[in-house]
Design a protein around this ligand. Structure first.
Ligand code: ATP
Ligand code: MG
Length: 384
């Protein structure tokens, strides 16, 4: 019978919590495949998807490749684990002049032939049927894999498809992603979800300085990451009054820094009101003036009760772009709509802001009122 053999990675490290993680992973897999016809079985260290329609196989594989916590999968043939059945499959191999090797894994030690011995014999059987093929143990073109499991079945496969790895979505709580229309923040959200975190997202817009299209762009980005990160509640907040107030009252070089500090205060409030455990940004060290160590110090300083996660902090732009491409957000991110941060952009933003100076600038503003007004403007869009 044709099946998909699924492997999970890091769950092995979880000791007593392993069951909790596994149950989450299994439930995420089943949710992902809702609407498909299939049977799921869990067999000591592997999952098996079977009884699906042949023509749906590729679709099911691409859905599984979006599930965090799966390490890899193989299209496999499942047989009762007897030497005869396995030899029969080896006899059916057609190789021409290819190089090959056989690999046997025997989780079930009751199987009568030890792994090495069986691999050797299978090599012989394959050679008999393919006299022009040669054995190459180091760099073979074809691998005949046999995985003998505790459920009395053997799985025979040739290729392994890498999956997302990471940890099951939901296993690390829920965070608030500051989602701009740029390249970095969708990637930051994806990376945190990969470590098991579910997401709400927060977007600040500056209507009428920014267009309705800028908001649509952010909604598109949230939709594009949702195959990986699941349902997203997108909080959309107006930042116009904040920007106008800073623009009128404060030193231009501190504009971005002060904006960031207010964004963070709003984010922390939204976290508290929605039981979200962390703030996530797409900042990368040194990328722009507002992303120096000093800038991160002064923006982080206003957040008292939540950690700020910046998963892109040590990444080059090129590496971030590569991930954006692979998850499908890049094309949307580079659409040319204004972000609220590009409105009122000062010529020379401060590179090394200080907390003292921020506090002095902020005395010219009614911070509490501005934060409250942001929260009052909040609109929530459910994305799934
Ligand atoms: P990105 O590509 O994510 O927009 P960026 O390189 O343009 O990042 P900045 O504009 O300095 O960098 O923004 C740094 C981070 O601040 C973003 O990654 C995002 O997390 C947050 N941020 C910036 N603008 C907004 C916004 N309008 N709404 C919500 N979060 C924002
Ligand atoms: Mg940006």
């Amino acid at each position: 019978m044709k099946v998909l053999l699924l492997r999970f990675g890091e769950l092995y490290l979880k000791g007593n919590n392993r069951n909790v993680f596994e149950n989450m992973l299994i439930s995420n897999i089943k949710k992902k495949l809702v609407g498909e016809e299939f049977k799921f079985s869990n067999t000591f260290g592997r999952y098996v998807i079977s009884n699906y329609k042949e023509e749906d196989e590729e679709k099911i594989i691409s859905l599984l490749k979006e599930v965090f916590g799966l390490y890899s999968l193989s299209k496999a043939i499942e047989v009762e684990a007897t030497p005869e059945n396995i030899y029969r499959e080896a006899k059916a191999v057609v190789l021409g002049e290819k190089t090959f090797k056989a690999i046997v894994k025997r989780a079930d030690k009751n199987f009568p032939i030890p792994s090495m011995e069986l691999a050797k014999e299978l090599g012989g059987v394959i050679l008999e049927g393919n006299p022009n093929a040669t054995v190459d143990l180091y760099n073979p073109q074809f691998v005949f894999n046999v995985d003998i499991r505790m459920n009395g079945k053997a799985y025979i496969f040739t290729d392994t498809i890498k999956c997302q790895c990471g940890l099951p979505l939901g296993s690390a709580g829920k965070g608030l992603l500051l989602l701009s229309g740029g390249i970095d923040s969708p990637v930051a959200g994806y990376l945190m979800a990969k470590r098991g975190m579910e997401l709400d997202a927060l977007h600040f817009h500056s209507y009428p300085y920014t267009s309705e299209l800028a908001k649509e762009k952010v909604i598109s980005l949230a939709r594009e990451i949702s195959p990986y990160v699941g349902k997203i509640r997108l909080h959309v907040v107006s930042f116009t009054k904040v920007q106008e107030a800073i623009h009128m009252n404060c030193s231009p070089e501190y504009m971005i820094t002060l904006m960031r500090r207010i964004m963070m205060r709003v984010a922390e409030r939204i976290c508290e009101e929605n039981s979200l455990g962390a703030i996530i940004t797409g900042e990368s060290l040194g990328q722009v003036a507002s992303q120096t160590m000093q800038s991160m110090t002064v923006t982080g300083e206003v957040v008292k009760r939540k950690p700020i996660f910046r998963p892109c902090v040590a990444m080059d732009k090129e590496d971030i772009m590569q991930i954006a491409n692979s998850i499908g957000t890049y094309k949307t991110s580079i659409l040319p709509y204004e972000d609220c941060c590009t409105v009122f952009l000062p010529k020379n933003p401060i590179i090394k802001p200080t907390i003292e100076r921020c506090e002095k600038e902020e005395r010219r503003l009614n911070i509490d009122l501005l934060v409250d007004e942001c929260l009052q403007s909040e609109e929530i869009i459910e994305i799934d």
